[in-house]
Write a protein that binds this ligand. Structure first.
Ligand code: ADP
Ligand code: MG
Length: 298
């Protein structure tokens, strides 16, 4: 069925309204972004989500990276048929699959574009289609009340990201970079993009900061070190922390278990530290906001 212009605009309006209603049930909305692909954006998004769920928070993670939607896989959730429920107003809402990693965390909900596309088929979606799909993952999924909604965006600063960011009130943007010059340059662009979007808390995480030698335990600076911190200082945003290259992180991720659940690893400690810092900052900001807000006459 083809919609005329008026009907199309109305459909757009209603999905945006649904997103607004849903996001009022999510306490903190966090975007994970990077200037370029392959820097560990999904790894950071998944481990941050798992770290927060490990602390008992209710977390939803939305994999909006159409170019490599592998969040569910990193969480050990295989592609399944998505169940849907009819809503009171006669629509259908998708039910997000969830996992608690065999009782190690609070239930963590996930929804991904990966469930909707064929794994072996390269996805050639144009911007507007990507935007629409992400809107549906926000507005047509029964997320319920959440403490944290974490969105793994496609890399870069493309139009589809812009459109999605405009339709949701983000509390924080976590920009992931490696210490390499090229990655830092692109991460700088992502930081400025988020500044333009007026996201209240913009922060940088440096991934693959150093390698822990599996034989001697010493730190090896593979890509150089400290670039993420320098970038944050230059841009006047906060540096949230660094994650080492951990061979176990890759193995764990391929096995569908976030490294943060292997408590004895340095990567796990780094992730917990980053999650705690983020929670503290967001709570401080929320408290300040509430103190400054004119008291509502209830
Ligand atoms: N800190 C790390 N230590 C070891 N391997 C990592 C680390 N971060 C990411 N990886 C691995 O690097 C690859 C790319 O990471 P991924 O999170 O998929 O990047 P992106 O989402 O930015 O494309 C994955 O195979 C992942 O397991
Ligand atoms: Mg990814």
């Amino acid at each position: 069925m083809a919609l005329n212009r008026e009907e199309a605009l109305k459909a757009l309006q209603t999905i945006k309204e649904r997103i607004r209603r849903k996001e009022s049930g999510w306490k903190y909305k966090i975007a994970v972004l990077s200037g370029k692909g392959g820097v560990g954006k999904s790894t950071i998004a998944v481990n941050l989500a798992a770290a927060l769920a490990k602390k008992g928070y209710l977390v939803g993670i939305l994999d909006a990276d159409i170019h490599g939607p592998d969040v569910a896989k990193m969480m050990g959730i295989e592609k399944t048929d998505i169940l849907a429920e009819r809503t009171e107003d006669g629509r259908f809402e998708m039910l997000p699959p969830e996992t608690d990693f065999s009782g190690k965390t609070a239930p963590l909900k996930v929804m991904t574009l990966g469930f909707m596309v064929d794994e072996d088929q390269p996805v050639i979606w144009r911007g507007p289609l990507v935007t629409k799909a992400i809107w549906q993952l926000l507005g047509d999924v029964k997320w319920g009340e959440l403490d944290f909604m974490i969105i793994d965006f496609p890399p870069g600063t493309g139009d589809e990201i812009l459109t999605v960011v405009q339709s949701i009130n983000l509390d924080a943007a976590v920009i992931v970079t490696t210490p390499q010059e090229v990655a830092l340059l692109d991460a700088g662009k992502a930081v400025n993009f988020m500044k333009k979007m007026e996201v209240p808390y913009i922060t940088v995480v440096e991934n693959m900061s150093y390698l822990i030698c599996p034989y001697c335990g010493n730190e090896i600076d593979v890509f150089g070190k400290g670039g993420g911190r320098k970038l944050a200082e230059k841009e006047g945003v906060e540096f949230l922390g660094e994650i080492p290259i951990d061979l176990k992180a890759r193995e764990a991720s391929d096995a569908g278990i976030p490294i943060v659940l292997y408590e004895d690893t340095i990567a796990a400690k780094s992730f917990m530290g980053i999650a705690e810092k983020l929670v503290k900052k967001l709570e401080e900001m929320k408290a300040k906001e509430e103190a400054e807000a004119p008291s509502s006459s209830s």
